[in-house]
Design a binder for this molecule. Structure first.
Ligand SMILES: Cc1ncc(COP(=O)(O)O)c(C=O)c1O
Length: 381
């Protein structure tokens, strides 16, 4: 659904603007923050995954609404620190972390999830007595990853985390303070989350001094916009799982989750202009004054990136008539420069506004200097 703020903004502001721009509806970001904050398990911390969007204004909004952050690089660590996050408000999870980075993470006194036995050995040798968390790759025969892309995140084909055998072999289990998983992205099937969560909690029984269980991210946006993620069912289910788990431990264990895409995704729109229209085999090719280097998700995930599209005429009125198969291409010479591979849209005219939705996560943050286009401005309304 197109936020009603967007046509209003276009009428008020964009008619003068030539450059492509990202516009975010702040209320939508806040609404999703609140959906997570409504999880009733008493010790819940929601750490936004900054790879989805590390814009300083975005970080300010989520901070003001009680969220923490998860980062995987030095640059994002610096960004979140400048936004005012510190200590246990920050989780660092990455793979093949350099020795230098481990020292930095240690000195910041933030949560860390290590990715291998060799990293754990280094950590305990260099920081005796200081606990660390681990990323668990718990795909097993009993519960296999969904088909398709899911197997790169978890399971025997994934390079990430420690396998179940490796986890079991850890000697100083008392020094493991957190177990982390990441089961995949864009998932709306709550039973799928719960299946993995249960395996992790089973494994967690072997770790006497756990401070937190980190269930990672993966919360999906429904492409059609009709059946959004069911926060109520999710909230009740994790609360029950964690309450039962804490009872077996005899103390409250912290629940951490790391949403990325769902938090910003539907709040953001990429807005550009039509500069050309062509037809090839009855398909409309709308050329725009922007490039996939500025809106890279369809370039990086040509099969998995659905973005709804709206066309507004020069006066900011939505066009709806006579839809035809359409591709939206960028204005570079690159043959793969597409912002949308397959949309049903009315016939466009030069100067019309093209609005791509679901653009608030993994879009501006994926900007690349490849092809030589400016980083678009990001505006919060
Ligand atoms: C470890 C980890 N946690 C959380 C996230 C956020 O995932 P999503 O955007 O699917 O919610 C990611 C994304 O790659 C991740 O790698």
């Amino acid at each position: 659904m197109l936020s009603e703020k967007i046509p209003e903004w276009i009428k008020a502001e964009a008619l003068q603007s030539e450059e492509p721009v990202y516009v975010y509806d702040k209320d939508k970001i806040i609404q999703i923050c609140n959906n997570f904050k409504n999880i009733t398990y008493p010790d819940t911390a929601v750490h936004f995954a900054t790879m989805a969007n590390c814009n300083s204004e975005f970080l300010k909004i989520i901070k003001n609404h009680g969220l923490n952050v998860f980062v995987n690089s030095q640059l994002h660590l610096d960004e979140v620190k400048s936004a005012g996050f510190s200590g246990k408000q920050i989780i660092f999870t990455a793979s093949s972390i350099s020795r230098e980075m481990m020292h930095k993470v240690h000195d910041e006194n933030i949560y860390v999830n290590l990715d291998s036995l060799s990293q754990l050995d280094y950590w305990f040798e260099n920081f005796p007595g200081k606990p660390a968390g681990i990323r668990c790759n718990i795909g097993n025969k009993a519960f296999t990853p969904k088909s398709g892309r899911a197997g790169i995140f978890i399971g025997e084909n994934s390079r990430l985390g420690l396998s179940i055998e490796e986890i079991k072999s850890i000697k100083n289990k008392k020094l493991i303070n957190g177990l982390h998983i990441y089961i995949g992205t864009d998932i709306t099937d709550i039973d799928y989350f719960l299946g993995y969560y249960r395996i992790l909690l089973e494994l967690a029984k072997d770790f006497p001094d756990l401070e937190y269980i980190d269930f990672g991210g993966g919360f999906g946006i429904d492409d059609t916009g009709k059946q959004n993620f069911d926060f109520e069912v999710y909230g009740k289910s994790v609360t029950k799982l964690m309450t039962d788990f804490s009872e077996t431990k005899g103390r409250m264990v912290k629940l951490i989750i790391e949403p990325g895409r769902i938090l910003g995704g539907q709040s953001g729109y990429f807005i550009c202009h039509t500069t050309d229209v062509k037809f090839r085999s009855n398909i409309q090719f709308i050329g725009v004054n922007a490039c996939s280097a500025q809106f890279p998700r369809p370039l990086l995930y040509p099969d998995d990136s659905f973005h709804p599209v709206w066309i507004l005429d020069k006066n900011g009125l939505i066009k709806n008539e006579n839809k035809i198969r359409t591709k939206i291409n960028g204005c570079s010479t690159y043959s793969r420069d597409f912002l949308s591979h397959d949309a049903l849209l009315p016939k466009a005219g030069i100067g019309d506004f093209i609005i791509l939705g679901n653009a608030g996560a993994y879009c501006a943050s994926m900007y690349t200097t490849f092809l030589g286009f400016e980083k678009p401005k990001e505006i919060f309304i």
